[in-house]
Design a protein around this ligand. Sequence first.
Ligand code: NAD
Ligand code: MG
Length: 299
Amino acid sequence: MTSNDQYTFQNPVTRYPSISPPKQDQPEPGLDRDLEPQTDRGEASYRGTGRLTGRKALITGADSGIGAAVAIAFAREGADVALSYLPAEEPDAQKIAALIRDAGQKAAALPGDISAASAARELVANAVEQLGGLDIIVNNAGRQIAVDQLEDLGDEQFEDTFKTNVFAMFWITKAALPHLAPGATIINTTSVQAYNPSPTLIDYAATKAAINNFTKGLAQQLAPRGIRVNAVAPGPIWTPLQVSDGQPKEALPTFGKDTPLGRAGQPTELAPAFVFLASPESSYVSGETLNVNGGTPTP
Ligand code: NAD
Ligand code: MG
């Protein structure tokens, strides 16, 4: 770990360079391994302080990007982690699993396609079995494919985006609930797109608005049971999602430059928000959406 950890006093404008990623394309879902430039998921910098000691977490989309940064942070804060990802992402997932083990925690690697209800339920059962229980659920997996015109947005894509981003969250949360004791937390990854939809992301942005709404409703329902439900809404973060058709290619070189901080975020900059919402220090916070977006105003 470097001395440049998340507690180091520094200028947020220059903490990371304002990157201009070259045009590039990866088949869906994309690999962190092949991204140019590489991202920072906190491998060398995230410093844990025991805030999740003894917790057991399931994180979807934990192989890469934001989910990987959250997995590294949770492990360094003392949690065992079950990682959900697609089978094609095995190289990314194994790298993150190794970092979790380096932190002295258990890593359960659970590949599968959660856009099918049976696989989503099986994921929860396997996580419970391998970790011996669950008390943090992070619904972070997401699918984002940019399409210019509604006429070109296929029924299949529309359905796949909703199944991955919304239905899977429902299936996984429902299957996990019987295992969650008071004190457990659920965190869903939404997006600035929930309030500021891009014209090329009609299906995706609508799922993110649904996730925000689902979070606020469920938070009220589960509050009397001592289970908190919150969301994190990232702005433009440099991850494989963006190069596997998540953005029009011509948008990549300026990705994130229009935020008040003037640069795209790095995945590790999301991790402290998830740690806060997962840990007991946020005991009076539920139904909240924590925006981590470089300063873009939100409703
Ligand atoms: P990412 O590509 O690293 O992560 C997305 C992950 O979703 C993939 O790694 C994959 O494992 C998982 N996934 C997708 N379809 C799946 C399926 N059918 N079954 C199982 N897993 C599946 O990209 P990311 O940017 O870190 O995305 C994480 C979350 O952050 C997503 O919900 C995304 O919508 C959200 N988000 C990202 C940004 C951004 O700018 N990168 C901004 C706002 C919100
Ligand atoms: Mg991935």
